[in-house]
Design a protein around this ligand. Structure first.
Ligand SMILES: NC(=O)C1=CN([C@@H]2O[C@H](COP(=O)(O)OP(=O)(O)OC[C@H]3O[C@@H](n4cnc5c(N)ncnc54)[C@H](OP(=O)(O)O)[C@@H]3O)[C@@H](O)[C@H]2O)C=CC1
Ligand SMILES: N[C@@H](C=O)C(=O)O
Length: 261
């Protein structure tokens, strides 16, 4: 097992990519605290981990967490430290995010607000809570799941692309600021990942039609296998970052389906 004994906070773990990352971390023996708003779905993830990996030395505990609230993120971090008797954690992985296809002319302003709150403020809350104790402990990795939208321009996703760029820029500048402290910052930029709930709450059918996607169904329904990657591919990217030699920082990984243009 590659991560035996590592204490890891994982937010946005109740479905999709986060649920897949939770399983990968548990499989590799980490002590994981998983967070999201839907506690019942987190409990399903815990059960899945136990059922699928009965011989793992890992531990996994669910905590209700809303990343838009700094108190809620602090509670998740404190729970990890209490549960696993430490003053900081080895890593925090932030998978929490929302994505709404919206045409700017349709002004879905509530969805824009939520995108900024969850994707941007969620990232600053995770960093604000984790960085001071990590610097004190002289170690720690902060991994944010951004998107290929963090480096590519997708029409009908302007606010989403901007939110992912925010996290990319925040990460790169913070990474440079913390050089020498032992704390490192990383992003993973996935292309289309299948089997996630990301599209379920979309409502702008004009924008979705323009992108050629169906809303209200899990991402990837109707797509061929080679057109999409899956949550386990992202879990493996996270594990690669967490297990690099001490003198190496894998700062970012852009990971897309092989045949994506
Ligand atoms: N699927 C894809 O193709 C791609 C996804 N991504 C990114 O990956 C991340 C995960 O998305 P994906 O797995 O696809 O989608 P899902 O909708 O399946 O997962 C989103 C996760 O974010 C959590 N979340 C949303 N709002 C909050 C909040 N306020 N507080 C805490 N957790 C929250 C959800 O939990 P809950 O609702 O229980 O709070 C859920 O666990 C996102 O950042 C997304 O932008 C990037 C590139 C491609
Ligand atoms: N693949 C990206 C944009 O469409 C994403 O889902 O983040």
């Amino acid at each position: 097992m590659l991560l035996t004994g590592q204490v890891i906070c994982l937010v946005g773990a109740s479905s999709g990519i986060g649920a897949g990352v939770a399983e990968g971390l548990y499989r590799e023996g980490a002590k994981v605290i998983i967070g999201a708003r839907r506690l019942n779905k987190l409990e399903d993830v815990v059960k899945l981990c136990n059922d699928n990996h009965p011989n793992s030395q890992g531990q996994i505990h669910p905590v209700e967490c809303d990343v838009t609230s700094r108190e809620s993120v602090q509670k998740l971090f404190d729970t990890a430290c209490e549960q696993y008797s430490c003053s900081s954690v080895d890593a925090i992985v932030n998978c929490a995010g929302v994505m709404y296809f919206t045409k700017m002319k349709n002004a879905q302003m509530d969805q824009w607000d939520q995108t900024v709150d969850v994707n941007c403020k969620g990232a600053t809350n995770c960093m604000g809570v984790a960085i001071p104790p990590m610097v004190e402990a002289k170690k720690g990795k902060i991994i944010s799941i951004t998107s290929d939208a963090g480096v590519r321009d997708f029409p009908n996703l302007a606010v989403y692309c901007a939110s992912k760029r925010f996290v990319e820029t925040l990460t790169e500048i913070t990474r440079r600021e913390l050089v020498g402290t032992g704390v490192t910052l990383h992003t993973i930029l996935p292309g289309d990942v299948k089997g996630t709930d990301l599209l379920l709450r979309n409502t702008d059918t004009e924008a979705a039609d323009a992108m050629g996607v169906s809303i209200g169904v899990p991402v990837g329904e109707g797509f061929a296998r080679e057109q999409l990657i899956d949550p386990n591919d992202i879990a493996n990217a996270v594990i690669t970052m967490l297990t690099s030699p001490p003198h190496v920082a894998i700062n970012s990984i852009l990971i897309e389906p092989r045949d994506q243009e």
